[in-house]
Write a protein that binds this ligand. Structure first.
Ligand code: DUC
Ligand code: ZN
Ligand code: ZN
Ligand code: ZN
Length: 531
């Protein structure tokens, strides 16, 4: 037939428009958008009636942690991610996401010097299980090894299609000094790689943590006090200055404070290629959630520990909403960082058990010690930072912002799909519904036919034993998720297969334009470096 799949009665949403039409899909690609199809065009195709509901480009979640084990964990505080590519990608599909970009991380261990070896190891982890959705990698760089950067960055770009690296300003095992940051940013610029920055001032955090601990303030709630908004405020300003000197685009990951957002906005106003990501938790959680459940013997609120922490109260959330609307935030990602609760490699419950009595677990000495200590004292310093959310990302934005009338459907698509595709070099293969693009789609329920429900973790598909959004009311959920023309999620059931997802090679960022004259003034920045 002319089409493999046709979707009728669709309210197709792009980053700029909404149009009611039909979609024809052939060989995994969008072939056409038309008013209506004739009988013979429909006959041999699978037909989905969207019943007037929104049809959007499939979600692109550009910040997901999978398969990071004890050694390659997200921050060197112990803890292992409980989702691999199998469970993580299934959860993504069930939440309307068709592409995830995950992290492959270098460590300071001698055998992790080579970035190419790191990427090969992560690639093997993905291939070991397969994936329900398409996937790519960002590389985390924790050393300024010029030989390695110069030799391997071009190969990462050209052979692997990896056009972004993440750098840290905090965590002892990850952080780079200012001059090390300049080294990596400089090599990244030579290779048209976007630098992603985890912007928290590591010295401030350590100093505050020591002070809190000396007063016995070690319960999970105090994690937030060790990272007040100034911590992100200082680090964003400093990284903006470093990036301006190098004139390389930067993307601030997981911006969670109004202060951080303001600094980003100021840089954008003077024409710097500065972008920011924010995450669902900053719109749905506050410091109060770190207090929830707290008692001297129960540390259930360790579930809510993430970095940067949620804002102190809802007034920050209001300012972050402005940033969503006015373009300060370029993308909205989950930062899905899956740790199980009450597990030796996850979030301690505070109830002291003999970890050895838990079957089937492997320990390294350090991790066992960490787990015991954290269980005994509930010390926030020892609790892994990160919360799950790859499956709830789109539904939370739908309920909390779109249905609440705070953003338009177009803005929803821009933040969750089009901009991540452009920022990370996947556009227009992904991120839009246009002839020639991959047929990656999410189809919602018509709003008036959906019965709102309260979320329970048992409904989710991740390998995590809790969700921070337990009990929350949702007013819609993805009805179909379609990956390159194949239905992988339908009305509450996973329909895809583990080998459906493919590795995606990415190009350079397509958002970056020439920067303004003033910001390139050779007296102000080191532009002679490139002459
Ligand atoms: N940064 C992340 O991006 N994820 C989890 C922990 C962290 O600090
Ligand atoms: Zn981070
Ligand atoms: Zn408990
Ligand atoms: Zn993360």
């Amino acid at each position: 037939g002319m089409f493999d799949l046709v979707i009728v009665n669709a309210r197709v949403v792009s980053a700029s428009d909404i149009v009611t039409c039909c979609i024809g899909v052939k060989n995994g690609k969008i072939r056409t958008l038309v008013d209506s199809f004739g009988d013979e065009e429909i006959q041999s195709a699978r037909v989905i009636d969207a019943q007037g509901a929104y049809v959007m480009p499939g979600g692109i979640d550009a910040h997901v942690h999978l398969c990071q084990d004890l050694k390659t964990g997200p921050h060197g505080l112990g803890g292992a991610c409980s989702d691999n590519f199998e469970t993580g990608s299934k959860s993504a599909a069930a939440g309307g996401t068709t592409t995830v970009i995950t992290f492959a991380t270098q460590t300071r261990a001698e055998e992790d010097k080579s970035l190419l070896d790191v990427i090969k190891a992560y690639s093997a982890r993905a291939e070991a299980t397969g994936s329900y959705v398409d996937y790519g990698f960002h590389i985390i760089i924790v050393r300024n090894d010029k030989d390695v950067l110069q030799k391997e960055m071009p190969i990462l770009r050209k052979e692997w299609g990896i056009s972004s690296c993440k750098l840290f300003l905090t965590y002892e095992t990850q952080r780079l000094t200012d001059s090390q940051l300049l080294d990596v940013m400089y090599e990244a610029k030579q290779n048209s790689m976007t630098t992603m920055i985890h912007a928290e001032n590591g010295d401030m955090i350590q100093w505050l943590t020591d002070k809190l601990e000396s007063k016995g303030m070690v319960a999970p709630y105090y994690h937030a006090l060790s990272r007040p908004p100034l911590v992100e405020g200082e680090a964003t300003n400093r990284a903006i200055a470093l990036a301006q000197l190098i004139q390389n685009p930067i993307l601030f990951v997981h911006v969670g404070s109004a202060l951080g957002a303001k600094n980003v906005r100021r840089a954008q106003t003077i024409g710097l290629p500065v972008y920011a990501e924010t995450c669902p938790r900053y719109f749905h959680l506050t410091w109060e959630d770190l207090k929830r459940f707290h008692s001297p013997t129960c540390f259930e609120n360790s579930k809510m520990i993430c970095s940067p922490p949620p804002p102190p109260d809802t007034s920050d959330q209001e300012e972050l909403f402005v940033g969503l609307e006015n373009g300060t935030f370029t993308i909205y990602s989950s930062d899905h960082c899956p740790f199980r609760y009450d597990h030796p490699h996850g979030k301690p419950s505070g109830v002291l058990e003999d970890p050895k009595s838990m079957e089937g677990e492997q320990y390294c000495e350090g991790d066992e010690l960490r787990s015991l200590l954290a269980r005994k004292e509930g010390a926030f310093r020892l609790i892994p930072n990160g919360i799950p959310g790859v499956e709830t990302r789109l539904p939370l934005l739908y309920t909390g912002a779109l249905a609440a009338g705070r953003i338009t459907p177009q803005k929803f698509v821009e933040l969750t799909s089009t901009n991540p595709a452009k920022l990370y070099g996947l556009y227009p293969q992904k991120g839009t519904i246009m002839p020639g693009s991959d047929a990656d789609l999410v189809i919602w329920y018509p709003d008036d036919s959906f019965k709102p429900f309260n979320l329970a973790n048992s409904m989710l598909h991740h390998n995590v034993d809790y969700t921070p959004y337990e009990g929350m009311k949702f007013v819609n959920w993805p009805r179909y998720t379609i990956l390159r023309g194949k239905v992988i999620w339908m009305e509450g059931e996973v329909q895809g297969k583990l080998r459906d997802g493919q590795y995606v090679k990415r190009g350079p960022s397509q958002l970056v334009r020439g920067v303004s004259k003033t910001t390139q003034d050779p007296r102000r920045v080191a532009s002679w470096l490139y002459e």
